[in-house]
Design a protein around this ligand. Structure first.
Ligand code: SF4
Length: 229
C-alpha cells in the first residue's frame, strides 16, 4: 500500500490520543475548498509503502497510542482492512476519517470491530451536496446510509462540516441538524482561505454566522460545537 503523507505525532487529529496521522491519496469528491487537493488529484507522489510505515510504527510503541487514517478518502483503498488489522495487532487504536460515500466498506470495518473512532464529513444539506463536493447530480444515498450506520453502531464518532460562506446558509444547518438529530458529536469548522484550494473565490464565513448556525443545529444536536474558533 502506498502512503502519501505521515504526520509523526499529533495531539489534535485523534481526540484523547497521542497519534500519528497517515494520509492516503485519491478521493471520489472534488470539493472546491479542499485543503488536500494535491492528494486528491494525484499530483502528490507517495512518500513510503506500508512496510516502511510499519517499521516506523514498531518504533513508536509506547510513545504513541493511536493512528489516525485520513486522505483523500481512505475507504477507496481495498487493502485498508488488512492495513488496519496490522495496526491493531501492534496495540494501537484507530481513528478513520471518511467523506461518508462508502457505506459498505465502512460497515465491514465496523462489523469486524476494526476501528475505534470515525469522523464523517457531512458536507451540506442534501440538495446542495453536489455543488459542495464539486460533482453534478451526485447521488446522496451513500451519505444517508453512512449516517444511519454510524448512528446505529456503538462506535465513538463525530460528524463535522467545513462551513464556506458561499456554500452554506441558515437552511443548510436546519436540514443537516434534522439529518443527524440526536448525534453524539457534531463540529462546525470554518473554511480557512488558502490559495491552494481549487476555487480561490471561496471565503471564510462570518464568525457571527457561525454562532447562528451553531444555535440552529443545537436544536437537534445539543452538544454541537464550533471547532478551531
Ligand atoms: S472529501 Fe475531503 S479529501 Fe476529498 S475532495 Fe473533499 S475535502 Fe478533499
Amino acid at each position: 500500500m502506498l502512503i502519501h503523507g505521515l504526520q509523526k505525532m499529533t495531539l489534535l487529529d485523534y481526540p484523547q490520543h497521542i497519534a500519528c496521522t497517515v494520509f492516503f491519496g485519491g478521493c471520489d469528491f472534488r470539493c472546491p475548498y479542499c485543503h488536500n487537493f494535491e492528494l486528491v488529484d494525484g499530483t502528490m507522489a507517495p512518500i513510503m509503502d506500508d512496510e516502511e510505515f510499519f517499521a516506523f510504527l514498531n518504533k513508536r510503541q509506547g510513545l504513541l497510542d493511536g493512528v489516525a487514517i485520513t486522505g483523500g478518502e481512505p475507504l477507496l483503498n481495498k487493502n485498508l482492512p488488512d492495513f488496519i488489522r496490522r495496526i491493531r495487532d501492534l496495540g494501537f487504536a484507530v481513528k478513520l476519517d471518511t467523506n461518508g460515500n462508502h457505506p459498505k466498506a465502512l460497515k465491514a470495518l465496523l462489523d469486524e470491530n476494526l476501528i475505534d473512532y470515525v469522523a464523517m464529513d457531512v458536507k451540506n444539506s442534501l440538495p446542495r451536496y453536489g455543488e459542495t463536493i464539486g460533482i453534478k447530480d451526485f447521488d446522496t444515498s451513500g451519505i444517508e446510509e453512512s449516517i444511519r450506520i454510524i448512528m446505529g453502531s456503538d462506535i465513538s464518532y463525530e460528524f463535522r462540516t467545513t462551513v464556506v460562506k458561499e456554500l452554506h446558509d441558515e437552511s443548510s444547518f436546519e436540514v443537516i441538524g434534522k439529518m443527524i438529530s440526536g448525534a453524539k458529536r457534531y463540529y462546525l469548522q470554518a473554511f480557512v482561505e488558502r490559495d491552494t484550494v481549487p476555487d480561490k473565490n471561496l471565503s471564510s464565513p462570518d464568525p457571527k454566522d457561525m454562532e447562528k448556525y451553531l444555535e440552529t443545529v443545537k436544536k437537534y444536536v445539543p452538544d454541537a460545537e464550533l471547532r478551531g474558533m
